[in-house]
Design a binder for this molecule. Structure first.
Ligand code: ATP
Length: 485
């Protein structure tokens, strides 16, 4: 097994062992591509969501946040184009009956080629997909003798489209036509923002350019759902739609492209592990689109999308609802420009919270080995999660369960727990407790020992360097606050 793949399997096992992520309904053998976040995972996920929310809403005066419902009027998805075209081209292997997304099938095959051949194949595929040439895609698969991983045969069906939206019934009243009560589980959070554009603009007296941000669950019946929490059927998105004057989309597209990459770097992701990937085939609503990709343990993949969505969504909702959705631009009117009323254009930034989670933990997970002073080998697994994001900030550890040490530790805990997440533990040898804190990414451990009783000092241990220093117990809170801000 390649090193990265082994590390990735180790990371998945680590997430389970320490309570970050569990398979959903594991008791019943699990539900594929659905995951539950455990006690540490939920906290880390919340910290990531909070960091995004703060950067969008608190740090931008002209961006506000909303929380729209998951259920929406079914016509929303006709207007948005999802009913007609939220689908992926699929192909089935006739022998194994296994279904593949054609781009995934071809990309996986390309990984076995040298770089030049792989690039040529991917370019060919992109061009065929851009032209919706499904017969051409099938021929490409056959010409390259791409086989099914299970049956190992090249016996393929035609390429077909498969809609990814989940449907469910709404309300208790039975209808003769089941379609009457049918609603979709939203496949993206964006539409909840578009249909509330006028509500927010008017009640918030927002002036263009302005943004509306939202985080929340989205659902997609993904065909190929693999790679842990990278591709899930139920996941969380963090999206921001930025409403702008028509004609200014290039400028704002470039602005948000740069802004979002910088934000990811501020989350501790190295520049060298991030890159832009321009879309060749544009979605029906976009006039420009780029992915910010991260180098996951299984290769470069999309982490966030920046899309210039034109006025497509607002115009579609105006058309389908038969309501006027426009903005009156007072500034333009005053400047004597020919129009004051227009349908705003939109730049969207859209990141999956679970993918960001996977990025942060892939980046953080480190297996370290070294020789101790006496020459014997030692090792640890440490989650180098940036301190501001770590689920637990401070572990408070009395050296012994007696001699009044737990009482002092509890007092420190009471002093700190209102300000940041603390963890108290008095069981096991101190070295073992440190290792456990390393494994969950706790940036600081404080040990209370007998000397504390004499001079009110404690040992503070730093996760990344494992260095320890003696500081006054009254300084602990400030030190941690500085480290996590
Ligand atoms: P992909 O090409 O990987 O299917 P996409 O282009 O369909 O992604 P978008 O519709 O642009 O993705 O969604 C925005 C973001 O939502 C993505 O960048 C990704 O972070 C996240 N996302 C999309 N689908 C999933 C999924 N099935 N599981 C987890 N996150 C997802």
């Amino acid at each position: 097994m390649a090193n990265e793949a082994k590390n990735f399997q180790d990371l998945i096992a680590h997430c389970k062992e320490y309570g970050f992520i569990f398979q959903s309904s594991e008791l019943y053998d699990g539900l594929s591509a659905v995951y539950d976040y455990g006690q540490l995972g939920a906290q880390l996920k919340k910290n990531l969501r909070d960091a995004w929310w703060k950067s969008m809403t608190q740090l931008h005066e002209n961006i506000v946040g909303i929380d729209a419902a998951i259920f929406m009027h079914p016509t929303v998805w006709k207007a948005s184009g999802h009913v007609d075209s939220f689908s992926d081209p699929m192909i089935d292997n006739k022998d194994s009956k296994k279904r593949y997304r054609v781009d995934h099938l071809i990309e996986a095959f390309a990984e076995s080629l040298n770089k030049e051949a792989a690039d040529a194949l991917i370019t060919q595929m992109d061009n065929l997909l851009a032209a919706d040439d499904f017969a051409g895609i099938k021929k490409l698969i056959e010409d390259n003798k791409i086989t099914c991983t299970i049956s190992k045969t090249c016996n393929w069906t035609d390429v077909r489209q498969f809609n990814l939206m989940f449907k469910t019934e709404f309300g208790a009243v039975a209808s003769e036509n089941p379609e009457d009560n049918m609603v979709y589980l939203r496949p993206e959070t964006a539409q909840g923002i578009f249909v509330n554009f006028l509500n927010v603009q008017k009640t918030g007296r927002m002036k263009i350019p302005f943004g509306i941000a939202q985080t929340g669950k989205a659902f997609r019946n993904e065909i190929v759902a693999r790679q842990f929490i990278f591709r899930m059927r139920e996941f969380e998105q963090m999206e921001m739609q930025y409403f702008i004057r028509p004609g200014s989309q290039k400028q704002w597209y470039e602005f948000w492209k740069a802004e979002r990459k910088t934000w990811l770097e501020n989350m501790g992701i190295p520049t060298t592990k991030l890159r832009y990937h321009d879309h060749v085939k544009l979605a029906h609503y976009a006039d420009a689109a780029v992915d910010i990709e991260y180098e996951f343990p299984f290769g470069w993949k999309e982490l966030e999308g920046i899309h210039s969505r034109t006025d497509f969504d607002l115009s579609q909702h105006a058309k389908f609802s038969k309501k006027k959705i426009q903005y009156f631009d007072n500034d333009l009117n005053e400047a004597g420009k020919p129009y004051g009323n227009y349908t705003p254009f939109v730049i969207e930034t859209s990141i999956g919270l679970d993918r960001l989670f996977l990025t942060i933990i892939s980046q953080a997970y480190t297996e370290e080995t070294w020789n101790k002073e006496d020459g014997t080998p030692d090792s640890r697994v440490v989650m180098r999660i940036p301190p501001k994001l770590a689920p637990t900030k401070l572990a408070i550890l009395p050296l012994l369960k007696k001699d009044g040490l737990p009482e002092i530790a509890r007092e420190l805990m009471n002093d700190c727990k209102n300000d940041f997440m603390c963890f108290y533990e008095e069981k096991d040898a101190i070295g073992k407790r440190y290792r456990r804190m390393d494994a969950i990414g706790t940036p600081y451990c404080v040990t209370i020992d007998h000397q504390t009783k004499e001079d009110q000092t404690v040992t503070i241990r730093h996760r990344d360097t494992m260095q320890q220093e003696r500081i006054s117990i009254t300084e602990v809170k400030k030190r941690v606050q500085e480290g996590i801000s």
